[in-house]
Design a protein around this ligand. Sequence first.
Ligand code: FPP
Length: 256
Amino acid sequence: MFNNTQDNQQATPQLKTDNIPAHVAIIMDGNGRWAQKRHLPRIAGHKRGMETVKTITKVASDLGVKVLTLYAFSTENWKRPHDEVSYLMGLPVKFFNDFVPDLVKNNVQVRVMGIKDQLPVQTQKAVNDAIKDTADCTGMILNFALNYGSRLDIRMAVQQIGRQVASGQLDPEQITDQTIDANLMTGFLGNLADPDLLIRTSGEERISNFLLWQIAYSELVFTDVLWPDFDRTVFEQMIMEYQQRDRRFGGIKTSK
Ligand code: FPP
């Protein structure tokens, strides 16, 4: 039998409160499989996934995360069956109805990036009301990617920059990374636009058109846990994994 010595306990990594990633982005995957495993309709997984969003928002805010970006609906998700899309479009209405008072109490500001004007009118209203109701909150930014696609984001940024060049406002030689940053949908986040940590749940290990420019130096962490089962413990484990990484941004390790 193993003896539970102090040495064993020291081997377990602890969450370091002084190295919390400032911007965490999450690809919330596995709602459908969570439901199917229980012989439930896929939408039951999305419903449960919405509850996980509430839990993780509170945990992230408590831990001192400054920006939490959640991939809630991609520009490709319109290909899903009509009933599922309808349900997903209703979720923000339900979520913000239930949760805005808690967000305000926790000083969390809601932002939404994506093509909002293609959303159903009631979804747009729920989103715009939540943005307005939390506009004065100065704590964590809860940033939903809703009808978002990174290639679309980049294409729109290129078009915007192209217009500035065409009108003579901008010399092409003066286009820098910062010009591109400023024209992407994450531009409003300033120096927090690039996620420090990108998490994907459910065992899939791909990026699925999410923040392609912004994740150039993000730490990527994957878990087999399905999004509806994701909780504080798993989230803290992902952050501990991030804390073990040696971030060099293309440089070399500085000597200790
Ligand atoms: C991916 O799982 C999940 C989505 C496409 C939707 C994510 C939405 C939520 C978690 C709820 C969002 C809540 C708010 C407030 C907007 P999947 O359906 O692709 O799962 P599968 O790969 O197992 O089929």
